[in-house]
Design a protein around this ligand. Structure first.
Ligand SMILES: [Zn+2]
Length: 200
């Protein structure tokens, strides 16, 4: 009976964290032409390529981390120590009418406010799929939440990745239907994740 490999095995394979023997056996398995495993292999190669696109040769340590994070988020029922803190959605313009006095200009678009511990995150998506936001540490407002990595993840794949500026602001783009998870990697804090849609 042929042994197939699980998704987690392919994550380890593309990250290069599986044992040499295992990787050799998996390489052979791909050579033997298993379509199911080749599909998984291709998917996670793509995720790694996207996560590590700033480096064409060796994926930076951050790429390995985000591939694993993407994997963990694509399998939210996994048991074990959560790899992220989950932010609370304090406000979502899709779910409730905007507070009095706030005008959206009548256009499509979304505005939401997230909270995880001391960190507040304000995010807006306009009707051209532009995503802008700002992070604030309310207990230490002087403490700029700068150089935070912002990831948009959908179905285990990285859709967009950017970094906040000196004011904790960020801007990126993501199709509205692809906006599934937002992950914020703040220096010295467990990554903060929030699920914004149940699609996929
Ligand atoms: Zn297989």
């Amino acid at each position: 009976m042929i042994k197939h490999y699980q998704e987690q095995d392919w994550v380890d394979f593309v990250c290069g964290t599986a044992s040499v023997e295992t990787m050799a056996a998996m390489e052979q398995h791909l050579h033997d032409g298993c379509e199911a495993c080749s599909g998984l292999h291709r998917t996670w190669l793509r995720v790694r390529a996207m996560a590590g696109r700033e480096s064409s040769f060796e994926p930076p340590p951050g790429a390995v981390r985000i591939v694993k994070l993407a994997y963990a988020l694509s399998k939210p029922s996994q048991t074990g120590e959560p790899v992220v803190s989950f932010a609370r959605l304090l406000f979502d313009s899709l779910l409730q009418p905007a507070p009095a006095g706030v005008r959206d200009g009548g256009g499509r678009g979304r505005h939401f406010l997230l909270q995880a511990g001391d960190i507040y995150i304000d995010v807006r998506q306009d009707r051209h799929d532009r995503l802008t936001g700002q992070l604030l540490n309310w207990r230490l407002p002087e403490e700029r939440v700068k150089e935070t990595e912002v990831w948009v993840i959908s179905e285990g794949k990285v859709c967009a990745n950017t970094r906040t500026n000196d004011f904790g602001e960020f801007q990126t783009e993501c199709r509205e239907d692809k906006l599934q998870w937002l992950v914020f990697e703040i220096t010295g804090v467990k990554p903060i994740a929030v699920r914004l849609s149940s699609n996929g």
